[in-house]
Design a protein around this ligand. Structure first.
Ligand code: C5P
Length: 301
């Protein structure tokens, strides 16, 4: 994850991007005794996301702004993953115990939507506060802390395309992926991750990692089409709109592959080129003005 320190007096001291994560495939391989599922997933990032800005302050505080700020602002701020991450970091690094920071979260991504918004925000907070408070925790301890905040927080902290195993803690860098054009669609209806995992039925899937670099979006789509997201069927059983979103994406010209990310409801379409992705996002938004429709691309790191 990259952070930039801004020198300007009026600007934040530290600014960190919290990009949307995408499960390009997600196989559920088993279940632990504690109820968590063992996964094999290729996770990459989109070039859009939330952001975390940090200003100097005597106290630790959080403000939430942005298009989806209102959705989160209604919850108790104390339970927000950003403040939980900040406090957990203070517990891990006693020298930060009484330090302050004014944290502003700009919420661009739909909430509870399978693209890791909350996890990315928590990871960006850890990264930003380490820089702001000049902390250098042991990387293993920081990873453990990240996992304690949520299964997707470690990969968001790593911030690089990776194969993810275990419940989310086992991270192996993936071969280079192409800078593919993407459309992200969310029907603006939240889906509960535990409910989707609970609704999954049937056998577990084998792991399906690969070790070759992928040169083009068409090659990536061909490879992904031999894999799947095991949570798609249970998500559709709980929210049929997910099936509608996938159908809309598949119907668009230039769509190479349409798939749900994580536990949904956000789905992504992998497109042949940026122009067809842009046209697809506009078409779908024109037909479904209540849906969140974004045209972006897969990050190359
Ligand atoms: O770790 P996180 O809070 O993101 O997980 C939310 C819920 O999703 C868990 O309580 C669990 O029900 C489910 N989950 C799972 N296996 C995973 C990740 C999440 O069963 N690997």
């Amino acid at each position: 994850m990259s952070c930039s320190i801004l020198a300007d007096q009026g600007a934040p001291a530290v600014s960190v991007a919290a990009p949307a994560k995408l499960n390009l495939y997600l196989h559920v391989c088993g279940k632990r005794d504690d109820g968590y599922h063992l996964l094999d997933s290729l996770i990459s990032f989109a070039e859009i996301g939330d952001s975390i800005d940090i200003w100097k302050s005597d106290h630790l505080s959080l403000e939430i702004t942005g298009p989806y700020g209102m959705t989160l602002g209604q919850d108790d701020l104390d339970t927000n993953l950003v403040l939980r991450a900040a406090r957990a970091l203070q517990d891990l690094c006693p020298e930060a115990k009484n330090r302050g920071a004014r944290i502003v979260l700009t919420k661009e991504l739909p909430v509870a939507s399978g693209i890791g918004g909350g996890s990315a925000d928590a990871a960006a907070t850890l990264c930003g506060l380490c820089q702001f408070w000049q902390l250098t925790p042991d990387p293993m301890d920081l990873s453990k802390l990240a996992l304690s905040l949520g299964a997707d927080v470690p990969i968001c902290l790593a911030g690089k395309s990776s194969f993810v195993g275990g419940i989310g803690e086992d991270i192996t860098p993936a071969p280079m992926l192409p800078n593919s054009a993407l459309v992200l669609i969310n029907p603006n209806i939240p889906l509960s991750t535990p409910s989707v995992f609970k609704a999954r039925q049937g056998d577990f899937s084998p792991a399906a990692r690969f070790d070759t670099a992928i040169a083009s979006s068409a090659d990536l789509a061909a490879l992904l089409s031999q894999r799947h997201n095991d949570l798609e069927v249970p998500a559709i059983s709980l929210l049929s709109d997910v099936g509608d979103v996938l159908q809309e994406l598949q119907d668009q010209q230039g769509c190479l592959l349409a798939r749900m990310s994580g536990s949904g409801a956000t789905c992504f379409g992998l497109f042949a080129d940026p122009a067809s992705a842009q046209a697809a996002a506009s078409n779908i938004f024109a037909r479904h003005p209540n849906w969140w429709c974004k045209n972006t691309s897969l990050s190359t790191f």
